[in-house]
Design a protein around this ligand. Structure first.
Ligand code: FPP
Length: 239
């Protein structure tokens, strides 16, 4: 399905995606789970390109959660390898693609090499204006706890007072400090959960749940999600 001419200008500024269903996609084909993640990484490339073509300014993807460490060592190292390969290519093509990279999550648990690549990609792309946020070792509750901890430290050091804390100020302590909240959050794979993703930032987001597994997710599915978002009447608690 293509986006109609009429709606081409009402695309969300920020789309966030829970890239779910890689494991089931692989299982259906009798392949190892890592093959599902490799196909998921390809789907990410396709969708990142399509988001750019549609004029989306921010794309946030859930690549690895704080809970994903419970998976087998094999699967974890497979996902980390895919991320490393992607970042290596992205660092090479940086001038051409002009995408700004940002990482939401606690990078300290990643390997020093991968962490280094994340930081290099982030600093080398800081001036570009279409932005991809990778949630890596990310958890929404942990993000809020860490922000609260940092605010408390600032109060202790006399830089802040409890009275000045507002929603806006608290937002500035989150990984997403300079990023507008996502208007649209997409979860493919048929699961109907938020799974600790962008808990603070999703307060007024529209959720679109879809039955397609992430590796099968294509540009037509993204357009369908955007059209569903455009059909919703966003009132932000007003009448
Ligand atoms: C969830 O599906 C997916 C993940 C935990 C990993 C997502 C990682 C990638 C798509 C690769 C990252 C690389 C780049 C370049 C973005 P699942 O494994 O939980 O699926 P299941 O619910 O079917 O088991």
């Amino acid at each position: 399905m293509a986006l109609s001419e009429k709606n081409i200008t009402c695309v969300p500024r920020h789309i966030a995606i829970i890239m779910d269903g890689n494991g089931r996609w692989a299982k259906k084909r009798g392949l190892p789970r890592t093959a599902g993640h490799a196909a998921g990484a390809e789907a990410f490339r396709r969708i990142a390109n399509h988001c750019r073509a549609r004029g989306v300014k921010y794309l946030t993807v859930y690549a690895f959660s704080t809970e994903n460490w419970k998976r087998s060592e094999d699967e974890i190292s497979g996902i980390m390898r895919l991320l490393g390969k992607y970042l290596e290519e992205a660092l090479q093509d940086m001038e051409q693609n002009r995408v700004r990279f940002c990482f939401f999550g606690d990078l300290s648990r990643l390997s020093p090499k991968l962490r280094q690549m994340c930081l290099a990609a982030q600093s080398r792309s800081a001036d570009y204006d279409v932005q991809v946020n990778f949630c890596l070792n990310y958890g929404g509750r942990l993000e809020i706890v860490q922000a609260a901890r940092q605010f408390a430290r600032d109060v202790q050091e006399g830089k802040r007072s409890p009275e000045e804390l507002s929603e806006e100020l608290f937002s500035s302590y989150l990984y997403s400090a300079d990023v507008p909240d996502p208007e649209l959050i997409i979860r493919p794979s048929g699961e109907l959960r938020t799974s600790n993703f962008l808990l603070w930032q999703s307060a007024y987001s529209e959720y679109v749940f879809m039955n397609v597994l992430w590796p099968d997710f294509g540009p037509g599915d993204l357009d369908a999600a955007i059209e569903e978002y455009q059909r919703r009447n966003r009132r932000f608690g007003g009448a």
